[in-house]
Design a protein around this ligand. Structure first.
Ligand code: NAG
Ligand code: NAG
Length: 205
């Protein structure tokens, strides 16, 4: 419409400006009116366009934010592993490796090092159950970057039974944080092969 209007204005202006077609003053006034109208219309349209552009930018930014949130909400990180073989007490201060892996969604757990690397920052639940030898106490430290966040412990007084202690932590972790187990205690025997670890991302930031 705007384009048509301009064509009309400039298409006819040649004839209107022609001095031979007399009626000079009223023609000029009409042209000036048209030009003024056109200018104010153009300004209106420009300002409308500007407003719409701003609204579009806001909408795009909202869509991007929602897409980000959806991606994060759908992200799955979950580990569930069992030690698998008895670990002799001589290895008490080595990082415990979980060799029977039931779940490692997101591949955050490194089976070679025994370290769970948090792939995104967010809230994680970490739960460990440790089992010791017959009649022995059992405890093991669960670390996040060198800080103890959980420590399953059991007094283990039944000489005919395996003691089992469980502890659970809910922590905020940054991307790259490391969660691992080491420094266990089971007297002079071993940490049982049914010791288990669960780490699940509850919600990304
Ligand atoms: C999109 O997210 C950014 C960063 O979280 C925030 O600053 C901005 O206000 C959000 N935009 C909209 C339109 O919600
Ligand atoms: C697992 O632990 C049980 C009980 O201590 C033991 O009988 C079994 O031999 C162990 N298996 C392995 C593979 O370490």
């Amino acid at each position: 419409m705007f384009f048509v209007f301009l064509c009309f204005l400039f298409g006819s202006s040649g004839a209107l400006l022609d001095p031979d077609t007399s009626n000079g003053n009223s023609d000029h006034t009409a042209i000036l009116q048209l030009i003024t109208q056109e200018q104010s219309l153009r300004l209106q349209l420009e300002s409308q366009l500007h407003d719409q552009q701003k609204q579009m930018d806001t909408l795009l930014s909202r869509v991007n934010n929602l897409t980000d949130q959806l991606t994060k909400a759908n992200q799955q990180v979950a580990f569930f592993g069992t030690v698998g073989t008895n670990i002799p007490s001589a290895d008490w201060n080595k990082i415990i490796k979980f060799q029977q892996i039931t779940t490692n969604i997101g591949s955050a757990y490194n089976i070679n090092t025994g370290v769970f690397h948090c792939p995104v920052s967010g809230i994680y639940i970490v739960s460990c159950s440790a089992i010791g030898d017959f009649g022995h106490r059992v405890s093991v430290n669960v670390y996040q970057n060198g800080n103890i966040i959980a420590r399953p412990y059991d007094g283990g007084i039944d000489p005919a039974g395996h003691a089992s202690g469980t502890d659970t932590a809910v922590v905020h972790a940054n991307a790259g944080d490391e969660i691992y187990l080491k420094d266990f205690y089971t007297g002079l025997t071993y940490l049982d092969n049914q010791t288990k670890l669960v780490v699940v991302l509850i919600k990304a930031d």
